[in-house]
Design a binder for this molecule. Structure first.
Ligand code: C5P
Length: 332
């Protein structure tokens, strides 16, 4: 544990990037009710910002500002602090009975429950920040085990950069960075609530691609192999059409939120690009050769929405943003 009091007064700041599922193949349902996946995931420059300091009071707290200052359904930052404290107490030699409470300030820029992994990324950042605040460390296995108790996507965020994610989400294989770029990404998140368990449930009930996901599996494996050998940003961009359909959760998401089908088609017509879905949605994405191009596309989409040419489902305006794929390492 740290004995440097000055260090405790300085907030620890972590960026918590969003993720994009470039592919998402569902391989099958497991005995524990989760599903085995094969997914190429990449961090985005779009990120939340988490500041953590030792708290004056006697409980952990977190204050949310930014895009979604309302109640966050599942408070993963607090759960991450508690989980980390427990593992530190059990495994870190010399840890006090209770590593001190932490106060977090979370600046939310990633839409919540959008398929972009915002909550999971916040949790991974919170584990990391708590360890630094307490001057503690954990072994790789403990860190990964703790991450998985917080959510299937959390282990991905402990690693840096683009990766192949398998199993429930616990097997994370780093892939070489994409040369060139960075590629621009347009994100469009309609204001519809989709529940991930409901979408997996719909998948289990047989709402899935006509070929039972054979094309998704083949595409996901092929792209992971290509990325493993080293791929340029231009080559990845050339795969955009294949990537956009390589998500087994598109069909069940569109059955749970029917307005998504027409919106995805309409969006694709407006931007004249293939449109993919991240995770279980509802975020839709398109790839561009630069952030500048993605920003121009974001303007086109905003205009189409405000003129009524493109009607977004849900209550309220969609979130529309341009960002980049962080396909190398990520900055802290
Ligand atoms: O792990 P996490 O809490 O993020 O998962 C949310 C829900 O998504 C789970 O309750 C489960 O229904 C589904 N899920 C799944 N298989 C995975 C990941 C998530 O069935 N690999």
């Amino acid at each position: 544990m740290t004995t440097d009091p000055g260090r405790r007064l300085t907030p620890i700041v972590r960026t918590a990037p969003a993720k994009l599922n470039l592919t998402l193949a569902v391989l099958g349902r497991r005995d524990d009710g989760y599903h085995d996946l094969h997914s190429v995931m990449a961090p985005l420059a779009l990120a939340d910002r988490l500041s953590v300091a030792i708290a004056a009071g006697d409980t952990d707290s977190r204050h949310v500002v930014g895009l979604s200052p309302g109640p966050v359904v599942d408070d993963l930052v607090i759960r991450a602090f508690r989980g980390t404290r427990e593992v530190v107490r059990r495994t870190w030699p010399g840890a006090p009975a209770a590593p001190p409470p932490l106060a977090a300030r979370l600046e939310k820029l990633i839409p919540v429950a959008a398929g972009l992994g915002g909550g999971s990324s916040d949790a991974a950042a919170a584990i990391d920040a708590a360890l630094e605040a307490w001057g503690a460390d954990l072994g790789e296995g403990e860190r990964r085990g703790l991450a998985l108790t917080l959510g299937s996507d959390v282990p991905f965020f402990l690693a840096d950069g683009i990766a192949l994610v398998e199993g429930r989400g616990e097997r994370v294989t780093a892939l070489p960075g994409v040369a060139g770029g960075p590629l621009g990404v347009l994100l469009v998140t309609p204001a519809v609530r989709v529940s991930t368990p409901e979408i997996f449930g719909s998948y289990d009930a047989g709402v899935r691609p006509d070929d039972d996901g054979a094309a998704t599996r083949a595409a996901s494996m092929h792209v992971a192999e290509e990325l493993g050998r080293g791929m340029s940003a231009a080559a990845l961009l050339a795969r955009a059409g294949i990537l956009a359909t390589a998500n087994d959760l598109i069909v069940p998401a569109e059955s749970v939120a029917p307005g998504l089908t027409a919106f995805r088609r309409g969006l694709s017509r407006v931007i004249r690009r293939p449109v993919g879905q991240s995770g279980s949605g509802p975020t839709l994405w398109a790839l561009y050769s630069s952030e500048h191009e993605a920003a121009a596309a974001a303007d086109v989409v905003r205009e189409a929405v405000s003129s009524g040419l493109l009607v977004a489902p849900g209550e309220g305006d969609p979130f529309i943003a341009a960002t980049t794929l962080v396909a190398g390492g990520r900055k802290r």
